[in-house]
Design a protein around this ligand. Structure first.
Ligand SMILES: *[C@@H]1O[C@H](CO)[C@@H](O)[C@H](O)[C@H]1NC(C)=O
Ligand SMILES: *[C@@H]1O[C@H](CO)[C@@H](O)[C@H](O)[C@H]1NC(C)=O
Ligand SMILES: *[C@@H]1O[C@H](CO)[C@@H](O)[C@H](O)[C@H]1NC(C)=O
Ligand SMILES: *[C@@H]1O[C@H](CO)[C@@H](O)[C@H](O)[C@H]1NC(C)=O
Length: 418
């Protein structure tokens, strides 16, 4: 559907895990329970980590909505509202630390360079935010100690800009730092006037994380910096012909392709859907299916590579699980449901074209506890403030398809992985 780009590039996404690699030879207790970052190596649902992940997702989108309200309030979805910051305070401290230490989270990361000469950083490519930030050499906190740090003085193309970048996190900490511009290079594609922040204060929540920073790939409308994100800046400078990127998130061969799509990674055509204009990669007309039967329809979905699982409004998710045999609420506070491990529901989403299946491995977050015959589902009920009819589809959905994001056509597309 899109003309083939003349200038394209790929970034191989390393699948990171700071825990020991899985020993596939020994076999785990639940063979279909792939590690999602929320599943332990024994195939058990990591409840504490799932709660923290949910709070982080809540706070990330809270910030997006605050930015949207400031930048373009008129394009907020119906019922969208900035919800209060959620904190981890209520969680048991010991368990929280144990979770952090395990560090079994999986992320989709790749290397980018900033500055002249180039300084390298390991980055999370996030379609659910729109700012670029990395740690600064001026960050003296322990959270920064293991990170690659940006040294502005060593870059001949660095230029300080006005303003301060600041993000508040649910553990009570804040990441903040000055705003500047420099040359940023992703897979050989350059953006010379790229706005970013070099944070001098880094949330302790990032300390155990192997990533240095985040590169947001949604629209400027939801950005804190209020300047074009990387792909848009690269297009405006003529570094890429098409402001389009494709993503494959998988255990092997993950890839971000900028400037078009990598046709070797999918088969058939890409099914495109126009976005709503909210600043998110948000498409409407969605239906959810269980066992090939529609459970919910006419809702909107935000496609977010920076979110691990899937969330829907609590009442909608309750309706969804009503069609999953023998399912029930597992954690009412956090919206998690359980179902029998030996019959993972066949789940799919549909936007008026094909049914896009979510595999059993991607829907199942693992047993509720060791020896349990119930497993937790990767769809949870949460009011994230995104709108009364808006679901958030993260990696649990994206791992099933090849996803295409087009700023040129203002659309999101899906294709079958090859
Ligand atoms: C660090 O601080 C110094 C002195 O305030 C400043 O000149 C420099 O640009 C800062 N570096 C970064 C990466 O912000
Ligand atoms: C930055 O500059 C300092 C002093 O000029 C030098 O010692 C250091 O190695 C440089 N760092 C990098 C990453 O180039
Ligand atoms: C799913 O339902 C549709 C009609 O709603 C039917 O055409 C299709 O064959 C069904 N698929 C399966 C796998 O049962
Ligand atoms: C999707 O799942 C259904 C079972 O619910 C299956 O019949 C169908 O073949 C699957 N489609 C693809 C493309 O895998």
């Amino acid at each position: 559907m899109f003309p083939k780009a003349t200038l394209v590039a790929t970034v191989s996404l390393a699948l990171l895990t700071s825990a020991n690699p899985i020993d596939r030879g020994t076999g785990s207790s639940i063979p279909f329970a792939k590690r999602s970052g929320l599943t332990t190596e024994d195939g058990i649902f990591d409840h504490q980590r799932a709660i923290i992940s949910t709070i982080q997702t809540h706070n990330k989108h809270r910030r997006n909505l605050m930015n949207l309200q400031a930048n373009d309030a008129a394009s907020m979805s119906e019922g969208a509202e900035v919800r209060p910051l959620r904190t981890y305070d209520s969680l048991d401290k010991r368990q929280k630390e144990a979770t952090t230490d395990e560090g079994s989270d999986l992320e989709w990361a790749g290397t980018i360079s900033i500055g002249t000469p180039p300084q390298e950083f390991l980055i999370d490519f996030d379609t659910g935010s729109a700012d670029l930030w990395v740690p600064s050499t001026n960050c003296t906190q322990s959270a920064c100690s293991s990170k690659h740090k940006y040294n502005a003085a060593n870059s001949s193309t660095s230029a300080m800009q006005s303003g301060t970048f600041s993000i508040q996190y649910g553990d009570g900490s804040t990441s903040s730092g000055p705003v500047l511009t420099d040359t940023v290079s992703v897979a050989g594609i350059k953006s010379t006037g790229q706005y970013l922040s070099a944070v001098t204060s880094l949330s302790s929540g990032f300390a155990a994380d192997p990533l240095d920073g985040i590169l947001g790939m949604a629209y400027q409308k939801i950005s804190t910096l209020s300047h074009p994100p990387f792909v848009n800046q690269a297009k405006s400078e003529g570094s890429i012909k098409d402001a389009v990127f494709g993503m494959k998130l998988a255990h092997t061969g993950s890839e971000l392709y900028i400037g078009g799509t990598d046709t070797s990674l999918y088969q058939g055509s890409v099914e495109y859907h126009a976005i709503t204009g909210s600043g998110f990669w948000q498409i409407s007309g969605a239906s959810a299916l269980v066992n090939n039967k529609t459970t919910n329809s006419g809702f909107q979905t935000v496609i977010d590579s920076g979110t691990t699982i899937m969330y829907g409004p609590p009442s909608a998710v309750k309706t969804f699980y009503a069609s999953v045999p023998d399912s029930s609420v597992f954690d009412s506070t956090n919206g998690f449901y359980q179902f029998p491990c030996d019959s993972v529901p066949p789940v799919a989403f549909n936007w008026g074209g094909k049914n896009w299946n979510v595999s059993a491995a991607n829907f199942n977050l693992g047993q509720t506890s060791s020896g349990s015959k119930y497993c937790v589902g990767a769809l949870a009920g949460q009011d994230l403030g995104l709108g009364g009819n808006v679901w958030l589809l993260g990696d649990s959905y994206m791992k099933n398809v090849y996803s295409v994001f087009s700023f040129d056509q203002n659309s999101v597309g899906f294709a079958a992985l090859s």
